[in-house]
Design a protein around this ligand. Structure first.
Ligand SMILES: Cc1ncc(COP(=O)(O)O)c(C=O)c1O
Length: 368
């Protein structure tokens, strides 16, 4: 028996009967751009996040890019981003013509290290873009006051932290604007590409909506040079259904994480691997991440035991060929560089059955 890293079919299977029931009237109504299905999801997602407005976008990268554009961040501006993240965080910044300024992450959570942010702020800095990587919200209690002191905007990349509550708020609801991906494998995943932003600022929400709709608020009148990046209502229909179950999904993932925690060393004690997250920093478990002594060896052992794994992410954005111009000497971001060599994600889909979780635990015990 194998435990694949992720099965999208099994992830969505419990939702399909309800989705099919909602699909027939949706198809009959014939609104395939905008319309009630989209409005309903945007209202529900804003309410879930505890903010005034949600705007659907085509995907998470566009959500980040539209947020930056709506805040007039562009050529000549700098944006502080974590050195360790999915490349989309950096791509959004370069797509608007601004420069990403990498700041190292903290070892026990892989999110922006607040102690290092101020040294990276210069006269051109316009915004900080924390990423709530792997499902744990970054240290917003420290990041927000730094941003306020320096007059900077805060754009949260909450693409991996749907529903996480830390510092009394949901992920995405801390800064000026929160950006989400609903890529199928996310905790709140759609049936294809999808994304969205949330904000309490009605003018910002309206501007993002306009930018993603050809720069237009009224049909065939174009105030801004926008793009076409709208959330498909058929995806919104599915997401609305899944949102109702998000807290339960996250709770189930936390239960699986707790089962892994029982066999994974909580800190580096010299054995083959340990848990990335420091105690007290549990998020919504988009990934359950190990830090390995010898990753290739552990991958091979788990693979031999039928356990699928994935690396998020093996190369930091600044070391990607597309960012050759931003490359810095090795050691510039020691924690990020070390994590890229050593992190490994285990299967954590909420559908995993007890015997599969046990199979993973058994393989982990043997590998220790
Ligand atoms: C941290 C992070 N930011 C941005 C994105 C981009 O989202 P998308 O793939 O929907 O464009 C993703 C997911 O893929 C992500 O994990």
């Amino acid at each position: 028996m194998t435990v694949p890293f992720l099965s999208l079919a099994r992830l969505n299977e419990p939702l399909l009967a309800d989705f099919q029931a909602r699909l027939a009237p949706f198809l009959a109504a014939g609104r395939f751009i905008g319309g009630e299905a989209l409005d309903a999801f945007e209202r529900a997602f804003a309410a879930h996040c505890g903010v005034g407005h949600a705007v659907g976008t085509g995907n998470g990268l566009d959500a980040l890019e539209l947020a930056l554009r709506a805040l007039d961040i562009g050529p000549g501006d700098e944006v502080i981003v974590p050195a360790h993240t999915f490349v989309a965080t950096w791509l959004a910044v370069t797509r608007v013509g601004a420069t990403p300024v990498g700041v190292d992450v903290r070892p026990g959570c892989a999110t922006l290290d607040p102690d290092l942010i101020e040294a990276a702020i210069g006269p051109r800095t316009r915004a900080i873009m924390p990423v709530h990587l792997y499902g744990t919200t970054a240290d917003m209690a420290r990041i927000l006051p730094i941003a306020r002191r320096h007059g900077l905007r805060v754009i949260e990349d909450a693409a991996q932290a749907h529903g996480h509550v830390r510092f009394g708020r949901r992920a995405g609801a801390h800064g000026d604007v929160g950006c989400f991906s609903f890529y199928p494998g996310k905790n709140l995943g759609a049936l294809g590409d999808a994304g969205g932003v949330v904000t309490d600022d009605p003018a910002l929400a309206a501007r993002i909506r306009m930018l993603g709709n050809y720069g237009s608020a009224a049909k065939y009148h174009h105030e801004l040079c926008g793009s076409n990046s709208r959330l498909d209502p058929i995806q919104a229909l599915f997401l609305d259904l899944k949102l109702e179950r998000l807290d339960a999904i996250n709770a189930r993932r936390a239960a699986i994480a707790a089962a892994y925690d029982a066999v994974v060393p909580a800190r580096d004690d010299g054995r083959a691997f340990h848990r990335l997250l420091e105690p007290g920093l549990d998020g919504v478990w988009h990934q359950y991440v190990l830090v390995c002594r010898d990753r290739d060896d552990l991958v091979a052992r788990l693979d031999a035991a039928g356990i699928g794994t994935l690396v998020h992410y093996p190369v930091i954005p600044a070391d990607q060929p597309c960012y050759a111009a931003l490359k810095r000497p090795a050691g510039t971001w020691p924690v990020a560089e070390d994590l890229a060599r050593r992190v490994l994600s285990l299967p954590i889909g909420e559908y995993l059955e007890a015997h599969e979780i046990e199979q993973v635990r058994e393989a982990l015990r043997a590998a220790l």
